[in-house]
Design a binder for this molecule. Structure first.
Ligand code: NDP
Length: 306
């Protein structure tokens, strides 16, 4: 693969200023420029979103881990290499997941809500709890899932996981297969989703999963909105089938103002900011740099999707 000119697509502006990544990559051999949808002047791009013209390029690097917005089959047909940014989100999303679990357990979100009204509102005596000794089931044990598991273990939680392959990573006591999801969530106080959105995971968390969960359990979704059936989630929280949820990803983003999720007290909403960190561009640059060197040496690209 021969890359003379590398573009940073302006869509990365959803996460960081495009020029920060371009500047970080300037020491590479390929010329690096910020580009719009006209990519005729470059051979490869780093991008947040897909643009049809990318199919004429040698290589496209998605600055996110989830590439569910990319038409993967078209990339395969076009012979355009597609790589993603899996591996860099363990700390950011891991801390976000722990943050929302701590908030729900220690009732920090209700204190902040009351603060807006200058109200001194202690929780009732039996509302707050500690994460220590509570069970967490992490669905998906890749970079994100392991980032959540290690931090939860550090706080004394009992961590189980769900993945396709049976290998048990550090900090995880038991691993379940995807077809054992109901059993895996049955005893958990928190169920954290960290899978990609695929044909297998779309709508995976449905009414039957909520029925299998404890009444005092919380769902944490830092994966993709489409992994959860939203109507079933709203019904489960409204009807007390589960206690609540912390959601960073939604089927429609931004979450529409009319969504019933906004009005649920024990649903904590973050605006798909779980992976945001001021160092994001540096982590992406390290991946792009590594693959630019691999491309120059005719070696296999890392994090290759197709
Ligand atoms: P990885 O590819 O490293 O890990 C994916 C994990 O999901 C693997 O453990 C895999 O199992 C597991 N998995 C796949 N299919 C299933 C299934 N049907 N049931 C159970 N587990 C399954 O990805 P990352 O950890 O980097 O990212 C995971 C996802 O998190 C991304 O695709 C994205 O959607 C989301 N994400 C969200 C962010 C945010 O801002 N909120 C930021 C980053 C990622 P196995 O190990 O057996 O292969």
């Amino acid at each position: 693969m021969h890359i003379d000119r590398l573009g940073v697509h302006e869509s990365v502006g959803a996460i960081f200023p495009p020029e920060t990544l371009a500047e970080q990559l300037r020491s590479l051999d390929p010329d690096v420029t910020v580009v719009g949808d006209d990519v005729s002047a470059v051979d490869a791009v780093a991008t947040f979103g897909h643009v049809e013209a990318f199919l004429d390029l040698e290589w496209v690097h998605c600055v996110r881990a989830g590439y569910d917005d990319f038409p993967v089959a078209d990339y395969r047909d076009a012979g355009t290499a597609l790589t993603n940014s899996s591996g860099i989100h363990g700390a950011s999303v891991g801390e976000t997941a722990l943050g929302v679990m701590l908030s729900l357990a220690r009732r920090l979100h209700t204190a902040r809500d009351a603060q807006a009204d200058r109200e001194w509102a202690q929780p009732t005596w039996d509302e707050p709890f500690t994460l220590m000794d509570e069970r967490l089931t992490v669905v998906g044990l890749g970079a994100v899932g392991r980032g959540i598991a290690s931090r939860a273990d550090g706080l004394g939680m009992r961590v189980a996981g769900v993945r396709r392959t049976p290998a048990r990573p550090p900090h995880v006591r038991e691993v379940y297969a995807p077809d054992e999801l109901h059993e895996a969530v049955a005893d958990a106080r928190f169920v954290a989703l960290a899978t990609p959105l695929t044909e297998e995971t779309a709508g995976m968390v449905d009414a039957a999963v909520f029925e299998a969960m404890r009444e005092d359990a919380y769902l944490v979704n830092v994966a993709r909105g489409g992994v959860v059936e939203t109507d079933a989630l709203v019904a489960a929280v409204e009807d007390g089938v589960i206690a609540g949820a912390a959601l960073d990803a939604f089927e429609t983003e931004p979450l529409p103002a009319a969504s019933p999720l906004w009005d649920l007290d024990d649903v904590l909403i973050t605006p798909h900011s779980g992976a945001m960190t001021r160092d994001y561009y540096r982590d992406v640059a390290a991946l792009v740099r590594q693959n630019a060197l691999h491309a120059a040496a005719d070696e296999a690209l890392v994090n290759r999707v197709v």
